[in-house]
Design a protein around this ligand. Structure first.
Ligand SMILES: [Zn+2]
Length: 340
C-alpha cells in the first residue's frame, strides 16, 4: 500500500444511481444494430430484430440476434448475450471507459428523439401487459401445503417450511400474445419475482408432473426438449427472494438452488436470479452492501460468477463467491448427493 489516494473507494448510492443513468443513456442513444454492424452483417427479421453471423463463433447460418428495442444481442449458437457495452468491450477490445466514450460521442448514428419516445412507449405498454399477466398468475396461486409444489420441494430435499414467495398454481404453459390463445392448465411451483422495490413483477413457474414427483418433461415434435421452467413478467433485474430483507444477500441461478442455500444457511437471505446470464443483472436496492455469489460448477457457472462479480463491484457492493463441492453440478445436486 502506498497510502494517500484510495483507488477502490466505494461509490455512494446517489453516485451509483447517476452512474447507472449515464450508462443507460449512453446505451439508449443508438440502435445496437449500428454498433453490431462493426463486427457482422445483419439483416432484418421482424419489426425491431436483426440477425446475422455470430461475431463470437464461427458459423455458416446466422444465429446472432440483435434486438434494437431492448438493446440486447443473443446468439443461439454459442449462447453469448449482452448490450452495446459488452459488445464493444468483448468484441472491440475496448475498456469500459473507452466504450462509454464511443457511445456518448459521435462514433455511431443516434436514434431520433421521436423514435426513442415511440420505442419507450411501446416498451412501457408491453412491460405493463407482461407484469399484469404475471400478477394474475400469482393471484390465482395458492399456499403450497398439500400441493404438488410441496411434493416437488420435498423430493428435492427441501425439508424447511417453504417461504411465502413459493406457491402452487395451475396455469397454461403457453400463450399466444397475438391471438390470446392459451394452452391447457398445468400444475406448477410458482416463485414470486420481486423488483428492487419489493413489488411482484414476475413469476417463475416450474412445471410439474406425477403429482409433483418430477419436473415436466416432454419432447417436441422436432426432437427438442420442452422447457420445464417458464418465467412470466419481468425476468431481467427481478429476483425470487427467500428470507427477510438484509444488507447481505446470497445470489444464485435457479429456484431449487435458492431453496437449498436458504435451508443450509438459515441466517442468510437468498435471492434467485432465475437464469445463468441473469446472475449479474439483479437490480439491487441501495440497502444491499454485501453479496455472496453462489455459482454452479462448470464453465458457464464460473463465467456467470465472474461477470456478476465485476458488475456488482462496479456498483460499489462487496462481493464474494462460493461454489458447490467438486463433482456436484449445483447446490441442490450436492444436497441430494447426486454427482455428475
Ligand atoms: Zn455465437
Amino acid at each position: 500500500m502506498t497510502g494517500g489516494r484510495q483507488h477502490h473507494r466505494q461509490r455512494s448510492a446517489a453516485e451509483n444511481d447517476a452512474f447507472q443513468r449515464a450508462v443507460s443513456e449512453a446505451r439508449d442513444r443508438h440502435n445496437l444494430s449500428d454498433v453490431a454492424k462493426l463486427y457482422t452483417t445483419l439483416r432484418k427479421r421482424g419489426a425491431r430484430e436483426l440477425v446475422g453471423l455470430c461475431p463470437f463463433h464461427s458459423e455458416k447460418s446466422p444465429s446472432f440476434e440483435v434486438n434494437d428495442a431492448k438493446g440486447v444481442y443473443y446468439c443461439h449458437g454459442c449462447g453469448v448475450s449482452g448490450d452495446a457495452f459488452k459488445l464493444l468491450m468483448e468484441k472491440g477490445g475496448l475498456s469500459f471507459r473507452q466504450a462509454f466514450e464511443a457511445l456518448t460521442g459521435d462514433a455511431f448514428p443516434t436514434v431520433s428523439d421521436e423514435e426513442r419516445a415511440k420505442r419507450k412507449e411501446d416498451d412501457a405498454r408491453q412491460l405493463a401487459e407482461r407484469i399484469a399477466l404475471a400478477r394474475s398468475i400469482w393471484a390465482s396461486s395458492v399456499h403450497p401445503a398439500g400441493t404438488p409444489a410441496e411434493v416437488y420441494a420435498r423430493s428435492r430435499g427441501i425439508i424447511m417450511p417453504l417461504p411465502e414467495t413459493v406457491r402452487f398454481v395451475m396455469t397454461p404453459r403457453w400463450r399466444d400474445a397475438e391471438t390470446g390463445e392459451v394452452g391447457r392448465n398445468h400444475p406448477a411451483m410458482a416463485c414470486a419475482l420481486q423488483d428492487a422495490h419489493g413489488a411482484i413483477v414476475g413469476v417463475q413457474c416450474v412445471f410439474l408432473q406425477d403429482g409433483g414427483r418430477r419436473k415436466y418433461e416432454r419432447i417436441h415434435a422436432d426432437g427438442s426438449k420442452a422447457k420445464a421452467k417458464l418465467t412470466f413478467g419481468v425476468i431481467v433485474g427481478s429476483a425470487f427472494r427467500i428470507g427477510p430483507p438484509s444488507d447481505h444477500v446470497v445470489i444464485c441461478e435457479g429456484p431449487e438452488d435458492g431453496l437449498t442455500l436458504r435451508q443450509q444457511l438459515p441466517d442468510r437471505t437468498v435471492w434467485v436470479a432465475c437464469g445463468t446470464a441473469l446472475m449479474s443483472r439483479v437490480s439491487l436496492p441501495s440497502t444491499i452492501r454485501y453479496i455472496t455469489l453462489a455459482g454452479d460448477n462448470g464453465t458457464a457457472g464460473q463465467a456467470a460468477v465472474d461477470e456478476a462479480t465485476a458488475a456488482y463491484m462496479a456498483g460499489g457492493v462487496e462481493v464474494a463467491a462460493i461454489f458447490p463441492d467438486e463433482g456436484f453440478k449445483d447446490w441442490n445436486d450436492q444436497l441430494r448427493g447426486v454427482r455428475g
